[in-house]
Write a new protein. Structure first.
Length: 212
């Protein structure tokens, strides 16, 4: 039975999904799909972004109906940290999902500072060893080093494949939370309708003969 708060017996406060921006990217698409799926099943869902200015192809109007947007209005991820702490203290969501390395670290650190009972579930797609192997990029190596200390503070970790899960489990050690595999979602209706859409680009709209 649905109520104003969603489905009876489920939390009245929203499940929160944290993203750095509304930019165009695979991580953003996956989280919007996850948020939409939970919302259609009766959960109260809120998408929290460090900077909600439209970027890429994802706009506010593209968000699923029923999924609210909380814009922290931060220009950089480091300045979003105190805003995210305030959000956790004020709304106290039971779960905060995060993705992308910077977003994951911000979510974990914000919960530690806010001292709220919010459970942090992070999604990681980039292998830690791959980051550490960036010999010419000291920043990426530093991030990879920090992840080994910060990620074990999460309550759960999601990986999009068994290979990524195995690498994370090995890299983070025995004290890290269990890494669960949740494959990236696929919108079947969107795939079926895509071939029927006009490409829109003038070059593709012209009647050009393909020569081999």
């Amino acid at each position: 039975m649905k109520t104003a708060a969603g489905v009876a017996g489920r939390p009245k406060v929203p499940l929160a999904f944290f993203l750095p921006t509304l930019g165009c990217g695979g991580a953003e698409d996956v989280f919007v799909a996850f948020a939409s799926a939970l919302n259609t099943r009766g959960w109260d869902v809120e998408l929290v972004v460090a900077n909600g200015r439209p970027q890429g192809s994802l706009r506010r109007r593209d968000l699923p109906t029923g999924v609210r947007l909380a814009d922290l209005g931060a220009s950089r991820m480091i300045t979003a940290l105190p805003a995210l702490v305030r959000y956790l203290r004020r709304h106290r969501p039971p779960v905060l999902f995060a993705t992308i390395v910077q977003g994951n670290m911000a979510a974990i650190l914000s919960r530690a500072i806010a001292r709220t009972p919010t459970r942090i579930i992070i999604r990681e797609t980039t292998g830690i060893r791959a980051l550490a192997a960036c010999v010419g990029n000291p920043k990426e190596r530093l991030v990879a080093w920090l992840l080994r200390f910060v990620y074990p503070w999460a309550d759960a970790i999601i990986a999009p494949s068994r290979g990524a899960a195995a690498e994370l489990t090995s890299a983070l050690g025995p004290h890290a939370p269990e890494v669960k595999v949740i494959y990236n979602p696929l919108d079947h209706s969107r795939v079926r309708s895509a071939p029927l859409d006009s490409p829109g680009h003038p070059w593709l709209l012209e009647n050009r003969e393909v020569r081999t």
